[in-house]
Design a protein around this ligand. Structure first.
Ligand code: MOS
Length: 672
């Protein structure tokens, strides 16, 4: 099936948040803090107020009323305290974008600055143990005796890796347009991964009943997590529209996005692994150090994949956080699993080298019958099949394990492997299906963030109803539709699809309509370990002259339950793998230690892979049957593609060059 909205997208007819034609719309432009920590003493805005077209200036000098329990990242202008450089401290509303921008530049904010600390570093005195890590896991776990396991090991490794600040860069920058009606109801066109939760957060922040807020987001140009929670621009649009007495649009620039739409925390990760002479793990310890802000505790679940991956008698995982004068980190594709598996799977490769063992075989002999930490049985686990199938397709059998010996002219050639995993969960959702004329309408407040959710849900509905997909009209992207969870955590299709199936089943029986709420169904799910698994294979070529690293081949083999739509799934897998390649070799946001905030705040400096960087990315999947998941038997595919890719590439760089780089990204400078 082709994407239902494909034609409107490629012909420019699909309407994104900033593009709705609204009469007499005004524009808001934020003023951002120039200090990383301190207080706003005064806002000098007299000059700005006199500039052409200016309708209002917002700041803490005259705080708009917001809920007292608003998320501190969204509580705009409520206090003069500055928690990070780039925080929104004022905003100008004007009749045109240019006038708003010019007047915002004329607003002068006087600060009383404090010393700041923005640097995550080993041994920071501020590290503490959070109560839980996202979404709700224990921060630390211990099983067995790690020290004894390491002491008794034939071979062990003790290695530390670091990953940098990373930023999501969806094609569509964050934007919102707010329209108040005369009765005080608010309509927000927002670029969001979830109309229902965005509506709830906006209503809660503004102190409105949720019935008085509607969020519309029919098309979203990517999010990857950065649009998974309400961002301050949406609240700002609502406040600005109220202040100006007109609809207001705000479209963040890419520079502004780097400051206020979240980022992946940097990590420092220490891995200690021990194994017997046959490669069987005797101990695994994974310690993760990461940052959060002074405003909100965001605890990335970096060490959690070690609780899932390998059988071992001794397993310890721990997370430590430090509060820095930075924006609060947020979600980025496979939060936790992605940086955590980079470190774990790199360490597994180092262990394989130390053992003189093939890295595929090392993973196979340590496969787990039950989830290592919890002891729960897996609903299905086909990691070994993914590794074997990948090895066969990639031509792994003839691989010479010796690092740094294959040379083609100036190029050193190597291959690497890593495993991947991602949880397969679902959340409660509701849906409504009814007959209209001779066709079927299915409504669910899902979000299509470029994943093809519309198309996948149409297929699911059509299959349930037993009709051609062309007879199903799927409506999503509007909080007035039946409530649905966010497009995140690889749970979209599983959550919304469950509700769509139940609504369509009821419609079939009733003949006219069907309504579903999966809350009770999900409560009845058996307690099992549900995860998707995969194997990533990479070939790299490293120039011995310039240190340039090319990746001529990436192969991912995934076991992710039933694949609802092959074309969409392939796109998700190779998209994730491409993003993983960016993480391995290019992506890095530098923190400005002197002034706070971030350096490299645009696509000229924050590099992501282009087509020429990914000549051959192949994703395949096993036909995995798992009856313990949901009516579709699907596991979710949005995030597993990025997990493990960076480790596979890093391991291949070691195989090519004999040089082990433990800091991402791996650049020419880190090799030469
Ligand atoms: Mo994704 S980081 O779960 O939106």
């Amino acid at each position: 099936m082709n994407r239902i909205e494909g034609r409107v997208k490629v012909t420019g007819l699909a309407t994104y948040a900033a593009e709705y034609p609204i009469e007499s719309v005004a524009y808001a432009y934020p003023v951002q803090s120039l200090v990383a920590k301190g207080r706003v003493v005064r806002v000098h805005d007299a000059e700005a107020r006199e500039m052409p077209g200016v309708l209002a200036v917002l700041s803490c000098a005259d705080p708009p009323r917001l809920a007292e329990d608003a998320d501190p990242e969204l509580a705009l202008f409520q206090s003069g305290d500055v928690a990070y450089r780039g925080q929104i401290v004022a905003a100008v509303v004007a009749d045109t974008y240019e006038n708003a921008r010019a007047a915002a530049a004329a607003v002068r904010v006087e600060y009383d600055p404090d010393d700041h600390d923005v640097t995550l570093r080993t041994g920071h005195p501020g590290f503490y143990r959070p109560d839980v890590v996202n979404p709700n896991y224990p921060a630390d776990t211990v099983k067995g005796d790690v020290e004894a396991g390491l002491a008794g090991a034939a071979v062990s490794v003790d290695v530390t890796y670091s990953t940098p600040v990373l930023h999501n860069n969806p094609m569509e920058p964050h934007a919102a347009m707010a329209v108040w009606d005369p009765e005080g109801r608010l309509l927000v066109y927002d670029s969001t991964q979830g109309a229902s939760p965005d509506r709830d957060t906006i209503a809660q922040t503004l102190g409105l009943p949720r019935e008085d807020v509607r969020v519309v987001s029919r098309h979203v140009g990517g999010g990857f997590g950065s649009k998974g929670s309400t961002r301050p621009h949406a609240v700002l649009a609502a406040l600005a529209a109220r202040a100006a007495g007109r609809p207001v649009k705000i479209a963040l620039t890419r520079h502004q996005m780097f400051d206020v739409t979240g980022y992946r925390t940097p990590t420092i990760q220490r891995l200690r692994l021990g194994a017997d002479a046959g490669g069987r793990l005797t101990a695994v310890e994974h310690l993760a150090y990461e940052q959060t802000s002074t405003l909100v505790e965001f605890a990335e679940q970096t060490a959690t994949p070690a609780r899932v991956m390998y059988a071992t008698p001794a397993l310890r995982t721990a997370h430590r956080l430090v509060r820095l004068d930075v924006a609060t980190p947020s979600w980025m594709r496979a939060p936790g699993e992605c940086p955590g598996m980079y470190a774990l799977e790199s360490a597994m490769d180092e262990l394989a080298c130390a053992l003189g063992m093939d890295p595929v075989e090392l993973r196979v002999v340590n496969d787990a019958d039950a989830e290592p930490e919890s002891g729960l049985p897996f609903s299905s686990r086909n990691l070994v099949l993914c590794l074997r199938e990948g090895a066969r397709r990639f031509g792994w059998r003839d691989r010479d394990p010796e690092p740094g010996v294959r040379r083609e002219g100036e190029w050193l050639v190597g291959t690497g492997v890593a495993a991947s995993t991602y949880p397969a969960r679902r959340r409660p959702a509701t849906a409504f299906a009814f007959v209209r004329d001779d066709d079927y309408v299915v409504q669910v407040a899902a979000a299509d963030i470029g994943t093809g959710a519309r198309t996948a849900l149409t297929r699911i509905a059509a299959e349930t109803l037993g009709v051609a997909p062309g007879r199903v009209h799927l409506e999503l992207g509007d909080s007035d539709l039946p409530d649905a969870p966010v497009a995140g955590g690889s749970m979209g299709t599983s959550s919304w699809g469950s509700a769509v199936v139940r609504a369509c089943e009821e419609l079939k029986e009733d003949g006219k309509e069907g309504r579903a709420d999966t809350t009770d169904e999900i409560k009845g799910d058996a307690k099992l370990a549900r995860h998707a698994f995969g194997a990533q294979f990479a070939e790299v070529r490293v120039s011995s002259v310039t240190g340039e690293i090319r990746v001529p081949r990436l192969l991912g083999v995934f076991a992710a339950g039933r694949i609802v739509d092959g074309k969409l799934a392939r796109s998700q897998f190779i998209g994730g793998m491409t993003m993983g390649l960016g993480m391995a070799l290019m992506e890095e946001t530098l923190t400005d230690e002197e002034f706070g905030g971030f350096l490299r705040r645009d696509l000229a400096q924050y590099h992501v892979p282009a087509c020429a960087d990914v000549p051959h990315v192949e994703a395949v999947w096993l036909d995995e049957q798992d009856g313990e998941l949901n009516p579709m038997g699907s596991k979710g595919i949005g995030e597993i593609g990025i997990v493990g890719t960076a480790a596979a590439i890093g391991n291949a760089v070691h195989h090519a060059t004999g040089h082990r780089v433990r800091e991402l990204p791996i650049t020419p400078g880190s090799i030469l």
